[in-house]
Design a protein around this ligand. Structure first.
Ligand code: RIB
Length: 307
C-alpha cells in the first residue's frame, strides 16, 4: 500500500426509515411503524465507518444546495472526515426511503438527485486527491462512467481500488482492469455473474465467473452465512459472528469501510475480513445507517473475544 490514506468517492443520502413488523407487499399498506431520519448513502456510510474505525479518510460526494445537503456535510465534518472536495449540485440532495421489518431485513428506494449529477469532469478535477490515496473505495450510487473514470485514474497511479458493486448494475467489462478487489453481496453477485448464489458453493462459482471477466480478488458477503474470499491465494470462508440483528441497513457499508481500515493498517485479506465481519456484526444490532457504525474499541474488544 503506497499510503494509508483512504479515499471514498460515492453517494450521500438522507435516510427516512419506517420500522414495521413486515415489509409491505406491492399494493399493501402496513400500519404501526416507527419513523426515524438520519444520514445515509452507501458512500457516506462507508466513509463514516472507515473514519470511526481509525482510518485517515477523505470523502467526496455531491449534495444539493439544500437543508439535507447542509446537514449531511456538517455531520461528515463532525465525524472528522476530510470533505474539502465536497461538490454541490443544483439538483436536490439524495433521499432514501427505507423499510425495515422485524427480521432486520430492509427494502430501499433511492431518489438519487445530486448523486447522479456527479460527473466524469468532477472526477478529473480531483485527480491529485485520487493519485495520493493508498486505497480508494467506490460503490454504484453515482454514475457508472464516473466510477469508471475514478478507478482508471487510481489504478494508473498505483492506488488500490475497491469496488462495492451496490446496487448491482451492468458494468463495463474494462472496469475489472482497474479494480483490485470487488465486494458484492449475494444478490449483487447473482445479478453480475448469472449464478444464483445461495451458499458457499454457488458463491465460489459466481466469484469464478467474475474472475474470468477480469476481477482479481473477490469477497462475497453472505449475511448470516459469513463471507467468501476468492482470489489469487485460493478460497477462504470466514464464518459470521452470531448476534441478534435488529436492522441490517449499512451492514455491508460498515464491512467495506472496516476492510479498508484493516488493509491500510497492513493486515492481510483474511485478517481484514475478520475485522470487517466483527464491525458489521455490531452494526446490525443497532438501528439506522451511520448511527449503527461501531467505534474502534468496540470492534477490537469483540474481535479478541471472537473464536
Ligand atoms: O447501504 C445502505 C444505504 O443504502 C442507505 O443508507 C441508503 O441511503 C441507501 O443508499
Amino acid at each position: 500500500m503506497k499510503s494509508k490514506k483512504i479515499l471514498v468517492i460515492g453517494s450521500s443520502n438522507t435516510d427516512m426509515t419506517v420500522k414495521t413488523d413486515k415489509l409491505p407487499a406491492p399494493g399493501e399498506t402496513v400500519l404501526g411503524g416507527v419513523f426515524t431520519m438520519g444520514n445515509g448513502g452507501k458512500g457516506a456510510n462507508q466513509a463514516v465507518a472507515a473514519k470511526r474505525l481509525g482510518g485517515d479518510v477523505t470523502f467526496v460526494c455531491k449534495v444539493g444546495k439544500d437543508l439535507f445537503g447542509e446537514n449531511s456535510s456538517e455531520s461528515y465534518s463532525r465525524e472528522g472526515l476530510d470533505i474539502s472536495h465536497i461538490l454541490y449540485s443544483e439538483k436536490p440532495s439524495g433521499v432514501a426511503l427505507i423499510n425495515v421489518d422485524a427480521n432486520a431485513e430492509n427494502s430501499i428506494s433511492v431518489a438519487s438527485g445530486a448523486n447522479m449529477d456527479f460527473s466524469v469532469e468532477d472526477i478529473r478535477k480531483i485527480e491529485d486527491v485520487i493519485r495520493e490515496a493508498g486505497i480508494m473505495l467506490l460503490q454504484l450510487e453515482i454514475p457508472v462512467e464516473t466510477v469508471l473514470e475514478a478507478a482508471r485514474i487510481a489504478s494508473e497511479s498505483g492506488t488500490f481500488v475497491i469496488l462495492n458493486p451496490a446496487p448491482a448494475c451492468t458494468l463495463p467489462s474494462e472496469i475489472y482492469r482497474y479494480v483490485s478487489l470487488v465486494i458484492p453481496n449475494e444478490t449483487e453477485v447473482s445479478q453480475m455473474s448469472g449464478v444464483q448464489v445461495t451458499d458457499c458453493a454457488t458463491a465460489e462459482e459466481a466469484a469464478g465467473r467474475l474472475r474470468l471477466q477480469g476481477a482479481g480478488n473477490v469477497i462475497i458477503t453472505l449475511g448470516s452465512k459469513g463471507s467468501l474470499i476468492c482470489g489469487n491465494d485460493g478460497v477462504t470462508h470466514i464464518p459470521s459472528r452470531k448476534v441478534d440483528a435488529i436492522d441490517t441497513t449499512a451492514a455491508g457499508d460498515t464491512f467495506c469501510g472496516a476492510l479498508c481500515v484493516a488493509l491500510a493498517e497492513g493486515k492481510d485479506l483474511v485478517q481484514a475480513v475478520r475485522f470487517a465481519t466483527v464491525a458489521s456484526s455490531i452494526a446490525v444490532t443497532r438501528s439506522g445507517a451511520q448511527e449503527s457504525v461501531p467505534k474502534r474499541a468496540e470492534v477490537d474488544d469483540a474481535l479478541s473475544a471472537w473464536k
